[in-house]
Write a new protein. Structure first.
Length: 289
């Protein structure tokens, strides 16, 4: 079931309105040709026109809510706020629309990170099982638990095989719906080995070396990125606030200008906001191991 984020209206109302806008959703989805594949890999069951209609409904309702709220505040304050309300309507509508239309990419990115964090140990166990003479199906069953999202994907493959789908078809279908290129490479190697009848272990062994090297390179790149980001943090969060406040106090004392009492609380709030943003940004770039 699709969770609709960033919406002021309840889910049932959004879906009811969007249902009547399916044709318009089909028109909108034509501007985003990659949306179908993104919805498929994000495991969102709605069609492209349904999702586009939901996106438009959320964007318009959020924009209308912002417009009405600003208009009511203007009426209560006896002020003309039509230009401001119109600007809020446009900005909130566009922000909501593009946030939702790219929301599947966020889900795909999270799935990719979770998959790749457990991919190397799961593949290593899979390879050990194959080298020990364990059949392919039993090897896949052995990693269907204990490896997070990787185990979830292999459980789906096993379920399809148990349901009568051939191993090759189940692997190809899993390859198509998976967002991780590294995971797809492993499934491709298994599929190709099954097609030509070659040894799966040899293919996976060379791929394991490649995946390990990529992970090491990713860690090195992250370490190299930390130095400039640390410098930016020191400049923005330490040097600029301390020097800025000091200069402001010195200049105001020379010019006999009083500093508004609101300046320091605003500066503190901005610093706290920047630090929270910076910590979240650095953590999002840290490779999962």
């Amino acid at each position: 079931m699709l969770k609709i984020p960033f919406s002021f209206l309840p889910r049932k109302i959004i879906l009811g309105i969007a249902h009547s806008l399916k044709n318009f959703g089909g028109f909108l989805s034509a501007f985003f040709p990659g949306l179908h594949e993104e919805l498929f890999q994000a495991q969102i069951s709605e069609s492209t026109r349904e999702y586009a209609a939901i996106t438009f409904t959320v964007a318009f309702s959020n924009a209308l809510f912002g417009f009405v709220l600003v208009a009511i505040i203007g009426l209560l304050a006896n002020m003309s706020v039509l230009p401001l309300a119109t600007g809020i309507f446009l900005m909130l509508g566009l922000a909501s629309f593009f946030t939702l239309i790219y929301y599947p990419r966020v889900i795909i990115s999270k799935r990719r990170k979770m998959l790749e964090s457990q991919l190397i140990p799961a593949t290593r166990q899979f390879l050990i099982e194959l080298r020990s003479g364990v059949p392919l199906f039993n090897s896949m069953t052995s990693i269907a638990s204990g490896y997070g999202e990787v185990s979830v994907e292999f459980r789906k493959i096993i379920t399809k095989i148990n349901g009568g789908v051939s191993e090759l078809d189940a692997l190809q279908e899993a390859t198509r719906e998976n967002p991780s290129l590294q995971f797809r490479k492993i499934l491709w190697q298994i599929s190709n080995a099954l097609k030509v009848g070659s040894d799966v272990g040899d293919s996976l062994e060379s791929l394991m070396s490649e995946l390990t090297k990529e992970k090491v390179d990713e860690i090195h790149r992250y370490g190299q990125e930390l130095s400039p980001w640390t410098m930016i943090y020191m400049m923005v969060a330490v040097v600029l606030p301390s020097l800025g406040v000091t200069l402001m106090i010195v200049i105001s004392s020379f010019l006999s200008i009083s500093i508004p009492s609101i300046v320091l609380p605003i500066t503190l709030m901005l610093l706290v906001g920047f630090q929270l943003f910076f910590m979240n940004f650095v953590a999002s770039r840290r490779p999962l191991i």
